[in-house]
Ligand binder design. Structure first.
Ligand code: ATP
Ligand code: MG
Length: 171
């Protein structure tokens, strides 16, 4: 009984961790798909798939989640929505249930016969990647919205400078 959760995780935040913990009460193993894996160094997608894998793995360890029950797999976009489920099936361990709050993900997987579950959103006003990226740019508190692991990796890779630099206009 394996479940799939997909997100861009730009960056990994406390909402992702909560939904992973909840999902692990319903499934034996969870596959965490890192979406839009080919993207990085863009304001909406600043971190590489590898950096996101590292944030996620270290956050799972920090939270005491059993790594033996998790898979973290990067998934690239193919820009052909009708074929995307097949693309996911090609790179993921087999799964029966899909957990996602994203409507497109929900439609595509349910059309292919998967059971789709929309997990409850925790504290969505602040626990969203968009809000966290905005706060990083504005020097507002973002550290409290993410696992320590995310703070550490962003420090290690100079992620704050990266995001601020990406926001500069050419002059
Ligand atoms: P962005 O604003 O960049 O889209 P996001 O916070 O929506 O970031 P995603 O990586 O797009 O993060 O989220 C993937 C999935 O993670 C969502 O479809 C949803 O199922 C789950 N998720 C995201 N935020 C929360 C939250 N606050 N509570 C519970 N689940 C969440
Ligand atoms: Mg989103």
């Amino acid at each position: 009984n394996r479940g799939l959760l997909i997100g861009r995780m730009q960056p990994v935040h406390n909402g992702h961790i909560e939904v992973i913990k909840e999902t692990l009460e319903e499934v034996d193993e969870i596959i965490i798909g890192i979406g839009s894996a080919q993207l990085s160094h863009e304001l909406k997608d600043p971190f590489t798939a590898g950096e996101r894998v590292l944030m996620m793995r270290n956050a799972l360890i920090e939270e005491g989640i059993d790594l033996n029950k998790t898979y973290i797999i990067p998934i690239e976009d193919i820009n052909r929505n009708k074929l995307w489920v097949s693309q996911v099936e090609m790179v993921s361990p087999p799964f029966k249930k899909v957990y996602s709050g994203n409507s497109l993900v929900q439609v595509l997987f349910s059309e292919e016969g998967y059971e789709v579950i929309a997990p409850e959103l925790f504290d969505r006003k602040v626990l969203s990647g968009t809000e966290i990226r905005k706060r990083i740019l504005m020097d507002e508190d973002w550290q409290s919205l993410v696992p320590k692991a995310t703070v550490e990796i962003i420090e290690e890779i100079n992620g704050v400078d990266r995001i601020k630099h990406l926001n500069k206009k050419e002059i």
